[in-house]
Design a protein around this ligand. Structure first.
Ligand SMILES: [Zn+2]
Length: 232
């Protein structure tokens, strides 16, 4: 099949083989941490130090992690595919851009950025955050938070994402469990516009019966699939 317009949705399974833990799988971080405390605006208001304690080591760890062969294959797809490629990621790590992907939406925000709860400025950030961190924009202390989307907050750039889903002819879902809305509903949008839908996942996802599927580790199945797609 020939395609002109690809939307790729990526999730934790893509980065798992770069050594970054997944959030929802068995043994994922939500089995060790209370998400109400560390990943909600209310948790941050109650105990910001606890939130920083959770995200600081993750920010450090992702800075040390490198892209894997699946990230690199997707960057190559964007570069060499003759049509449009938009990647929408649920991941907050920066491994896709590190691999070279440029047309990328971080719908759940970015761990390598911080945002001020007072003036709203968003800045790239490499070090740790503390309750004493001052905002470079307005000078307020105590309100600098990871620029990520928490439970109860709106995912980013949804208009742009739905617009792309409405025009794509291939929808690729990679390393995502298919349980988290709104991303879990993207396949319905894409299929509504007549797109072909392919899932590349370690195991079948919740919505697996909607897809033409390939199963296996991302670092194995993604490069193989991209090669085939580029070969036409
Ligand atoms: Zn500020």
């Amino acid at each position: 099949m020939r395609f002109n317009n690809i939307v790729i949705l990526t999730g934790a399974g893509l980065s798992a083989e770069s050594g970054l833990g997944t959030f929802r799988d068995k043994g994922g971080v939500w089995s060790e941490f209370n998400l109400e405390e560390v990943a909600t605006p209310e948790g941050f208001a109650r105990n910001p130090a606890k939130v920083h304690e959770f995200y600081n080591p993750r920010r450090r760890r992702q800075a040390e992690a490198g892209p894997n062969s699946a990230h690199r294959a997707l960057a190559r797809l964007e570069r060499d595919f003759p049509g449009q490629v938009l990647t929408v990621t649920q991941n907050i790590d920066a491994l896709q851009e590190a691999a070279g992907t440029r047309n990328l939406i971080h719908m759940h925000g970015e761990l390598a950025r911080v945002r001020c709860g007072s003036c709203g400025v968003s800045l790239p950030w490499e070090g740790d955050l503390s309750v004493g961190t001052l905002c470079a924009g307005c000078g307020m202390p105590g309100l600098m938070r990871p620029d990520v989307v928490w439970f109860g907050e709106m995912p980013r750039q949804m208009d742009r994402i739905y617009e792309a889903l409405g025009t794509c002819d291939l929808f690729l879902s990679i390393g995502t469990s298919g349980t988290v809305y709104p991303a879990a509903g993207f396949v319905f949008e894409a299929k509504n516009t007549g797109a072909h839908a392919v899932e590349l996942n370690l195991e079948p996802s919740e919505g697996a019966d909607l897809f033409d599927e390939r199963h296996g580790p991302a670092t194995a199945v993604v490069p193989m699939y991209v090669e085939r797609l580029l070969a036409g």
